[in-house]
Design a protein around this ligand. Structure first.
Ligand SMILES: *Cc1c(COP(=O)(O)O)cnc(C)c1O
Length: 510
């Protein structure tokens, strides 16, 4: 493809995206296709001859779009949002235009330096403790990882390696494999699945301690587990707390956990994948309590801060702990400015060698939207969730399960779990809105999350009308079922009465 054709194709693709976004409410949120739909529509081999881009774009509309779950639709209310904004889309396009792999400073000075700048901008915007800034004295700083899962894995592995080194010095009588065999880590049973996975990948058993009834993980629970494990001679390496759990957006008690971790020289990581954006708001300042005691922290811009996937911010109080653990140099990776503290070689802070120029979309998004616009975006999600909560409270058939938190409302029809499951089944079959269910203390409930690129009040009203009408249907069905059961039992009685009288008649005639 030459540059002239690229210009035409690229412009047409931008038009396609803008049309898609502007008309996204016309699409059912869930696609109507069956598994394998696409396999039957596509050839089994690469086309031998090049095809016209117009034909390809046409096929995207004709066969790809029908198989899309429309995450950017305001009728998406499942999981957590995945962020998108026009400036961020352009940012990714421009990053692809440069197509650099910025694993060290020399590989693209702008790639590394812009990341340092936007990570400090972001840390200040979120009011994070000074220790996480690149531009203060001290070994702290931030990096953009691909996902929360990678950030957690990096923290667990770095904590593991730091502990193993410390133990080797302290206990020369122990072999390294003895030490490694005794390692243990902690999180709560409300933490994201990626925490458990990080344990599997790093070969460190992670104890998922049962959170309290309010689903909060606290210092005393950690203390109890530590007492048990230290008595067994185990070696604790890290505690992973969550601000904004995936099920109900509960906030673990960072202050009490931090105190215990400090006493025991235990790495404390905070997974704030969704809720971290709220650190920016004064009205949510309580969420930041205890962050000065935290060793590392992750927050997904690609969930709640208008930057497209993938963009997961991670901050470290002492980046040297990660760099020392991960540094495996080769002669071909060396460069003249290596080791200067202002210019981190981010390859030592992450799992892969290569890295995308993600800072570009962050910078473009922050500049064109502004700090005020970003805060307004978070507040809009919170206000829309409040609007939905008020609807739930106004209908006596429903109850709230937990307190509304940011853009999430957890609610259920009052009654047995079948009502929740039936309601969700009906809603999902109709494909107008999409939610998922979760479970707490044996009770099923629905999670309503504000999502989509540009959700509005009318979209919340639409969702509520849809939920109400399907709830009417569930109630009708229940009535029908119970009337049918009554009729069945009455007719059974009548039949058996008839049968008895028939038997009696035949007895008589004998
Ligand atoms: C979404 C989420 C994750 C997973 O995020 P990825 O970036 O997809 O790895 C982890 N933790 C929490 C609390 C989340 O909400």
């Amino acid at each position: 493809m030459d540059a002239k054709t690229f210009r035409e194709f690229g412009k047409a693709a931008v038009d396609f995206i803008a049309d898609y976004m502007e008309n996204i409410r016309d699409c059912d949120i869930l696609p109507a296709v069956q598994p394998g739909y696409l396999f039957d529509l596509l050839p089994k081999e690469i086309p031998e001859q090049p095809q016209d881009w117009k034909e390809v774009l046409h096929d995207i509309d004709r066969i790809i779009k029908p198989g899309i779950t429309h995450w950017q639709s305001p009728n998406m209310h499942a999981y957590y949002p995945t962020a998108s904004s026009y400036p961020s889309i352009v940012g990714d396009m421009l990053a692809n235009g440069f197509s650099v792999i910025g694993f060290s400073w020399i590989c693209s000075p702008a790639c590394t330096e812009l990341e340092v700048v936007v990570m400090d901008w972001l840390a200040k915007f979120l009011n994070l403790p000074q220790q996480f800034l690149h531009t203060t004295d001290g070994p702290g700083g931030g990096i953009i990882q691909g996902s929360a899962s990678e950030s957690v894995l990096v923290a667990v592995i770095a904590a593991r390696e730091q502990t193993v080194r410390r133990m080797k010095e302290k206990h020369p009588e122990m072999t390294e494999s003895e030490i490694r065999g005794k390692l243990v880590a902690y999180s709560s049973d409300q933490s994201n699945s990626c925490i458990e996975k990080a344990g599997v990948l790093s070969a460190v058993p992670i104890r998922l301690l049962p959170a309290g009834e309010d689903l909060i993980f606290r210092g005393e629970m950690l203390q109890q587990a530590l007492d048990e494990d230290l008595a067994k001679g185990l070696i604790p390496i890290i505690c992973i707390a969550t601000l904004g759990t995936t099920g109900t957006c509960a906030y673990d008690d960072i202050e009490s956990l931090g105190k215990i971790c400090n006493q025991h020289d235990l790495w404390l990581h905070v997974d704030a994948a969704y809720a971290g954006a709220a650190f920016a708001l004064e009205e949510c300042s309580e969420l930041r309590n205890g962050l000065e005691m935290v060793d590392s922290l992750n927050f997904n811009l690609h969930k709640f801060l208008m930057v497209n996937f993938d963009c997961s911010a991670m901050w470290l109080k002492d980046a040297n702990k990660v760099v020392d653990s991960f540094n495996v140099d080769r002669i071909y990776l060396k460069h003249k400015y290596e080791g200067q503290t202002q210019i981190p070689d981010f390859r030592h802070w992450q799992i892969p060698l290569g890295r995308r120029f993600r800072a570009l979309k962050v910078w473009i998004t922050f500049r064109t939207i502004g700090a005020e616009g970003l805060r307004a975006h978070i507040r809009k999600h919170m206000a829309l969730a409040e609007r939905f909560e008020n609807y739930v409270l106004s209908d006596a058939r429903f109850e709230l399960v937990t307190k509304r938190a940011l853009g999430l409302v957890c609610f259920r029809p009052i009654g047995d779990n079948k009502r929740t499951t039936d309601l969700l089944h009906n809603l999902t079959e109709r494909k107008k809105i999409y939610m998922i269910q979760a479970k707490q203390a044996g009770k099923h409930f629905l999670r309503f999350v504000v999502c989509g690129m540009d959700p509005k009040e009318q979209d919340i009203d639409f969702a509520w009308r849809e939920i109400q009408s399907q709830m009417d249907f569930v109630v009708e069905q229940e009535l029908l079922t119970s009337v049918k059961a009554d009729i069945d039992s009455i007719s059974k009685h009548i039949t058996s009465d008839l049968h008895i009288s028939a038997v009696m008649d035949s007895e008589k005639s004998k």
